[in-house]
Design a protein around this ligand. Structure first.
Ligand SMILES: O=C(O)C(=O)Cc1ccccc1
Length: 289
């Protein structure tokens, strides 16, 4: 098992029973999982060597990228992706059992992604109730469990309901059925987590900064590097470089190992056309049920 080799623990966005905790438990079922209150703190813990791995949410099928994670990986830390965990996400409306019959709620707390994923339900059912952003779904659930005297609610998963003794007042309130989140398992060293049960397809994530001269057709040039080599892309996204309006870098997921001949050629050619490439490494996908 992977955790036999994990000496120093695994950071995740806590507290217990967050979606990130469930993702971390998929790849490290018996690992020393250490909760941190924010995503940057999880990433810093692994960058500074206080833990060996960090598990962080990267992208949600309904809401898109978690920009905090993407930007931190690009601007702040040189870390590698050792695995991806793909988890189905079910959002529920959680209340303290003492408030299960409340007519209305003072406020609804959750992680911004969870609030956004449940937007339609909240709009049609609790239009006049303030929505309050919280550091994670499980932190919101924990808080609701500690304040029975306040008629407040949290949005989170079934495990939070169980762990913190909450009642599920409304089940499956996320707006679209296909609600999945991708999580990255990060490390300071470039390697693949290889434990039983991964998907066959290998992936490589690259962060590509185009040449500074802003010449026309540069995105086309970048894409052709992959196209003529028949390297399939499963994602391309632009993020601000934060150097000026209109300056972007591209996050590209390629369905190939970075050590493959075609990939090495692609990386060389990207450098030759003036791109700066930060590779996050190659990894397998682990599906969570
Ligand atoms: O808040 C959590 O539980 C997290 O782990 C972050 C998150 C929030 C919503 C969907 C997926 C991950």
């Amino acid at each position: 098992m992977a955790e036999k080799h994990v000496k120093n623990g695994i950071s995740y966005l806590g507290p217990e029973a967050s979606f990130t905790h469930l993702a971390a438990a998929r790849v490290f079922p018996e690992g020393a999982l250490v909760p941190f209150p924010t995503i940057p703190e999880c990433i810093e813990a692994v960058a500074e060597g206080r833990v060996e791995y960090a598990v962080v949410p990267l992208e949600n099928a309904l809401e898109g990228s978690v920009s905090l994670t993407v930007d931190y990986l690009f601007h702040e830390a040189q870390l590698y992706v050792t695995a991806e965990v793909l988890s189905p996400i079910g959002q529920h409306f959680l209340v303290h059992p003492e408030n299960a019959d409340a007519e209305s709620f003072e406020a609804i707390y959750s992680h911004p992604q969870a609030l956004a994923q449940s937007h339609k339900f909240l709009f049609y059912t609790y239009r006049n109730t303030p929505l309050e952003q919280y550091s994670s779904t499980s932190a919101a659930a924990k808080m609701v469990s500690e304040l029975p005297e306040r008629p407040i609610a949290a949005i989170g998963n079934e495990f939070s309901a169980e762990k913190y003794g909450l009642t599920i007042l409304h089940r499956d309130i996320h707006d679209f059925h296909f609600n999945h989140t991708r999580f990255f398992v990060l490390s300071k060293t470039d390697h693949k987590l290889e434990i039983p049960g991964h998907e066959d397809q290998i992936k490589t994530t690259l962060m590509i900064s185009p040449p500074k001269d802003d010449r026309s057709g540069v995105l086309h040039q970048i894409l052709s590097v992959f196209a003529w080599r028949q390297l399939n892309l499963s994602k391309i996204e632009s993020r601000p470089l934060k150097t000026g309006l209109g300056d972007y870098f591209f996050i590209v997921d390629v369905l190939e190992d970075e050590s493959a001949t075609m990939m090495r050629g692609a990386l060389e050619e990207l450098a030759a056309i003036g791109c700066e490439v930060k590779t996050l490494g190659s990894y397998y996908v682990y599906k969570n049920s």
